[in-house]
Design a binder for this molecule. Structure first.
Ligand SMILES: Cc1cc2nc3c(=O)[nH]c(=O)nc-3n(C[C@H](O)[C@H](O)[C@H](O)COP(=O)(O)OP(=O)(O)OC[C@H]3O[C@@H](n4cnc5c(N)ncnc54)[C@H](O)[C@@H]3O)c2cc1C
Length: 814
């Protein structure tokens, strides 16, 4: 009989853990076998333990106050810069993923992000027009800059002030519109996209809007909005790249003369590099450390990082020289100054904001990071998807369009699925900014994974294109993008650091339901308030860990059948919601056990934290992908993309978990983890080849799925390389019945095989095809030849000719 009571109690405990019920329920569940045991000693011990556990004041005295004391001893002190970085931004869907129980209904209830009519009109008008003005080869090779008329157009149409509110003369666009503009430009010219993206990202405009004094806003924002000022923001220095808070650049508070008057100011010395738009900037946003040795501002000597706005024509500012970042010709260069005097009211926000620069930068980082690189990477991959698919249909080898050869198909299908995931992530992340979020962790995930997927996609596309992608010139539409890929990987938090330090490091503290509360109670609160807060957070935390462990195990043994799904989700995606719920529980359990097992050392164990970050990232990317399918009205033609991508991501998440467990330093915990998370082994499998074929087919055929996948990009209309490719793609498909007639005629011996256009001619002469068909076929052949053409140049690449004409060296293709 007793056995039954124990089993019943165990079952009840499992239910309590599964649903994360309050402690009182657990106590009742355990009380059953204890009460029926008949042992007075057991009942007495249980009563004491239950009282300690359930009466907070007793629990604090006996248990949690002691844990708090240990916690305070072992928790490393955080520097103010670390604290400001951790506190920056907001948490959103990432908190759900970290909870182990994502509320899918909540996610699906978020309205699909939409552009306003005005924003759409801007995309269809000025953005379309600007794209038409851009010729990437001329920009990157001949001008090595945007041509003057393009710069003027960008300034006149307000591209540099998309995020500036209308009452300051800006366009006042949503984050989604800002993203849509940058994305469309990225499909045409990276230099144009970056030149527009940077002033709308973290820099003078954004900092002024959040922290500027009224006087600064009224003066600068209208000028920035109209392009009368070109801004840049200089943080990085030769000695401080990733460790940006360590900048050696400094300012000393002192008195000096400004416009003929003696004023309180700072003498600033700096040496910056890699500053985008720096060489053409008129307004330099400058970060430096401010010191007040004579205490002219107050008691503090070391005030901290400070951000100021410095007109670049200020005497002593050295600016204008350029770097050449991998042949990407957006303006980028170093700048410096020595003992340059500037008044205190050049500090963004005025003297009250002296020393608050790091907080300001961290506070504004998320919005720009959520948009700039995720968006430009998505734009790049949209263009790759459309053009590589077209090329793979136009280009034939072994009498077959190369896109239909399985090896090529594999790479092409991957590009298509990546493109879907990237666009889904772009839209959902920008959408979160429009909901008022400053997504600190999600923006890091988007930045890392979009730039990495762009790198994978451009490598795939280069492989598909073969020599056509390698020989640079006006006919090569991919080479510059390939060259530039590492730039996106490096900027706004280099990717290795973003993956291994930020995504999980910041996520574990910010998104975890209890860790930040515990840390604040331990480090920022005192006395009774600290004890109460810590006790509540810590006991809830224990329940949270057990609950996630139990759910991870139950989902493991039931193949996720019981895992949470949304009420109104697409039935065809339900298993993916379930898999993701299971992975979320496993991830939450693993994250807590890693923090428990490795403590503060986890921060240095970047191989482990990087993989934990990968799991969180996959869960976010899967969420974006599923939501996109729902938001777009569940288009069945898109299902292959979702199926391939989600399977690939669940498999990757499983692999990352496996790697964490395999490398877990405490072996008994590793065994417990494996047994809990993979009780029946690792069940997620990689995507099937058949799905990959379906994904590739979307890019090889004109159709709604292809249009949706590449929506928002600039579809070329002219006769440049990509315009030719679009025309050749359509002509190739239109001519396939004609090709078929000719092929059959050759096979049956009605006509002899002939090379190129001659075949069509012979076909026409032998009435295999009509004269009209021949004309159509001839045009297709001309287009095809144009597409496969690569550029060649004079022996000296045109140097001699340029020197004779006393012109700058500019290579002209034959
Ligand atoms: C084209 C371009 C444009 C730029 N534009 C601007 C701009 O407008 N304004 C501006 O202020 N800056 C700008 N930057 C600077 C950019 O943000 C830095 O390049 C970046 O922060 C990395 O610094 P670093 O290049 O010195 O690399 P390093 O800091 O030397 O890093 C080298 C490697 O070490 C890794 N690493 C460093 N620390 C860690 C860690 N703790 N854990 C794991 N890995 C780590 C990095 O991920 C990287 O892989 C630009 C850079 C480039 C190349």
């Amino acid at each position: 009989m007793m056995t039954y009571y124990i089993l019943a109690a165990l079952l009840l405990l499992l239910v309590c853990a599964y649903f994360h019920l309050p402690l009182l329920y657990w106590t009742f569940a355990l009380a059953i076998p204890v009460a029926f045991s008949g042992s007075a000693v057991l009942i007495a011990v249980f009563a004491v333990v239950a009282a300690v556990a359930n009466i907070p004041v007793v629990r604090r005295m006996v248990f949690s106050n002691h844990v708090l004391a240990i916690y305070r001893r072992i928790l490393p002190d955080m520097s103010s810069t670390e604290k400001e970085a951790i506190d920056a931004g907001t948490v959103w869907w990432d908190a759900d993923l970290f909870s182990g129980r994502p509320d899918w209904d909540k996610l699906l209830a978020v309205p699909a992000p939409q552009l306003s009519a005005e924003e759409q009109a801007f995309l269809d008008g000025p953005v379309e027009e600007l794209c038409g003005l851009l010729n990437d080869w001329e920009i990157t090779h001949q001008h090595q800059d945007l041509p003057p008329h393009v710069w003027q157009f960008i300034k006149d149409k307000g591209f540099l002030g998309m995020i500036i509110p209308k009452h300051y003369g800006g366009l006042g666009f949503s984050a989604l519109a800002h993203s849509a503009v940058v994305m469309k430009l990225s499909t045409r010219s990276s230099a144009a996209a970056i030149s527009v993206m940077v002033p709308n990202s973290l820099g003078p405009g954004e900092l002024l809007m959040h922290y500027g004094s009224d006087e600064q806003k009224n003066h600068y924002l209208p000028r920035l909005a109209k392009g009368q000022e070109v801004p840049c923001f200089a943080l990085t220095s030769p000695e401080a790249g990733s460790d940006a808070a360590a900048i050696p650049d400094f300012g000393i508070v002192c008195k000096g003369t400004h416009h003929g008057k003696e004023v309180l100011g700072m003498r600033v010395t700096w040496d910056k590099r890699y500053i985008t738009l720096g060489p053409v900037a008129t307004l330099l946003g400058l970060a430096f450390k401010l010191y007040d040795p004579d205490h002219l501002l107050g008691d503090k000597t070391d005030l901290g990082i400070t951000c100021a706005l410095v007109p670049t024509n200020t005497p002593g500012v050295n600016i204008g020289r350029r770097h050449l970042p991998l042949n990407a010709v957006f303006q980028n260069g170093p700048n410096s100054g020595k003992d340059v005097f500037m008044p205190l009211d050049w500090i963004i926000g005025g003297r009250d904001y002296a020393g608050k620069g790091w907080m300001m930068l961290m506070g504004c980082l998320a919005a720009g990071r959520a948009i700039s690189l995720p968006t430009s990477s998505t734009g790049g991959v949209k263009a790759l998807a459309r053009f590589t698919g077209a090329y793979a249909r136009v280009r034939s080898q072994f009498k077959t369009p190369i896109g239909k050869l399985e090896g090529v198909e594999e790479a092409l299908g991957r590009i298509a699925a990546n493109c879907y995931v990237m666009d889904a992530t772009r839209v959902m992340t920008a959408g979160s900014v429009d909901l008022g979020e400053k997504p600190a962790v999600l923006s890091a995930i988007a930045k890392y994974h979009m730039t990495e997927r762009a790198r994978q996609s451009v490598n795939d596309a280069m492989d598909i294109l073969g020599g056509k992608g390698i020989c640079l010139g006006p006919n090569n539409w991919i080479g510059r993008g390939y060259q530039m890929t590492p730039i996106a990987i490096t900027v706004e938090g280099a990717n290795i650091l973003t993956r291994t330090l930020i995504i999980f490091g910041q996520g574990a503290i910010r998104c975890h339901p209890y860790v930040l509360r515990e840390m604040r109670a331990a480090k920022e609160m005192q006395g009774e308030a600290a004890a109460r807060e810590f006790d509540d957070a810590f006991t809830s935390h224990i329940g949270h860990v057990i609950s996630n462990g139990v759910r991870a195990f139950i989902h493991g043994v039931t193949s996720s059948r019981l895992a949470h799904t949304p009420k109104n989700g697409a039935p065809e995606l339900m298993h993916y919601y379930r898999f993701s719920s299971r992975l979320s529980a496993a991830f939450a359990f693993l994250a807590d056990m890693s923090m428990l097992g490795m403590g503060g050392a986890l921060k240095r164990k970047e191989k482990i934290s990087g993989r934990l970050g990968d799991v969180l990232s996959m869960l976010y990317l899967i969420s974006c992908t599923l939501k996109r399918y729902e938001d777009q009205g569940r288009n069945k033609e898109d299902l292959p993309l979702i199926r391939w991508a989600v399977r690939d991501m669940t498999y990757s998440a499983q692999h990352a978990i496996d790697q964490v467990v395999s490398n877990f330093p405490i072996k008994w915990m590793a065994r417990l983890l494996r047994w809990t998370i993979f009780p029946l082994g690792m069940s997620f499998r990689p995507p099937l080849d058949a799905r990959n074929r379906d994904c590739a087919a979307i890019l090889l055929e004109p159709g709604a799925a292809r249009e949706r996948l590449t929506a928002g990009m600039y579809v070329p209309k002219g006769d440049d390389a990509t315009g030719l490719l679009e025309a050749a793609f359509n002509a190739t498909i239109a001519c396939e019945p004609i090709d078929e007639k000719l092929r059959k005629a050759v096979k049956k011996g009605k006509i002899a095989p002939r090379p190129g256009v001659e075949l069509g001619l012979v076909g026409k002469e032998n009435n295999i095809i009509s004269a009209e068909e021949f004309t159509q076929w001839q045009r297709k052949e001309a287009l095809r030849k144009g597409v496969i053409k690569v550029d060649d140049f004079p022996q000296d690449f045109g140097r001699a000719e340029a020197a004779l004409k006393d012109k700058p060296y500019a290579v002209k293709a034959a």
